[in-house]
Design a protein around this ligand. Structure first.
Ligand code: ADP
Ligand code: ADP
Length: 225
């Protein structure tokens, strides 16, 4: 079973703007893939279909074999871990621990089981020592890592990151790259940062004008640009 399959996905906004014109792609378990493309290409629209913010009108999206539909949204939102571009859109609790516990607690985890999941997620992003701190006391790079942990705590099938390297200084950028490389989860990252894509993703997709214009090894696609 692939982590993600998108088949003939087309979408027009209510004002009539056609944003996607039949997108086909498949991402296998454990792959790390970059989604590249100019502004207006449809990247945000595609990502909004992956966790059901938008539900497919034409075509289909499946995550770990489960179709994205109105009646599967609860399952899909656990399976798709979306890391927003701005961590401050994702962190709103008094402490780092509370933020990371929020999703799993909401899903019914309690006590030792909840602690195990929260500790595991914070350890994977190197933020265990900051569990008791208020998120707004952390650096931007640390807040982004906590945002990744909030999503990892849900044990997603696929981690989707929007511009993960944006606003990071060189050290924070390197730390995040190491973390992403160390995870054993499927990753799709939307980015304009070609060196980051090259460094982290063996494979890239180029979305252009609402269609997949290229799909292949990042090294080869970027050499062709
Ligand atoms: P990104 O940084 O992902 O490329 P965009 O600049 O394309 O984001 O879009 C930012 C936000 O504005 C998104 O929520 C998008 O849905 C919305 N948006 C983009 N274009 C339009 C439009 N023509 N009409 C209404 N909303 C739009
Ligand atoms: P990207 O993320 O690659 O910049 P988007 O998915 O934001 O691209 O946009 C794809 C197309 O859809 C663009 O033409 C954009 O203007 C349009 N669009 C995005 N959001 C909206 C919206 N809410 N209403 C109408 N058009 C939109």
């Amino acid at each position: 079973v692939n982590s993600l399959e998108v088949s003939r996905l087309a979408y027009a906004y209510p004002d009539g703007t056609q944003a996607l014109f039949g997108v086909d792609l498949a991402i296998g378990r454990g792959e790390r893939v970059a989604l590249l493309g100019p502004n207006g290409a449809g990247k945000t629209t595609l990502v909004m279909h992956l966790n059901g913010i938008l539900t497919p009108g034409h075509g289909s999206v499946t995550v770990g074999g489960v179709p994205v539909r109105k009646d599967t949204l609860k399952d899909i939102r656990q399976r798709v871990g979306l890391v927003f571009q701005d961590p401050d859109d994702q962190l709103f609790m008094p402490t780092v621990r509370d933020d990371v516990a929020f999703g799993p607690a909401n899903a019914g985890l309690r006590g030792a089981e909840l602690d195990r999941v929260v500790t595991g997620a914070l350890a994977r992003v190197g933020m265990l020592d900051f569990a008791g701190r208020p998120p707004h006391h952390l650096s931007f790079g640390q807040r982004r890592r906590v945002a990744v942990a909030t999503v990892l705590a849900m044990e997603p099938e696929i981690l989707v990151l929007d511009e993960p390297s944006s606003n990071l200084d060189p050290a924070a950028r390197r730390e995040l790259a190491e973390i992403l490389r160390s995870l054993d989860v499927t990753v799709l990252m939307v980015t304009h940062d070609l060196p980051y894509a090259l460094e982290l993703c063996e494979r890239s997709l180029i979305l252009s004008g609402g269609v997949i214009a290229a799909d292949g090894p990042t090294r080869e696609l970027l050499a062709d640009e």
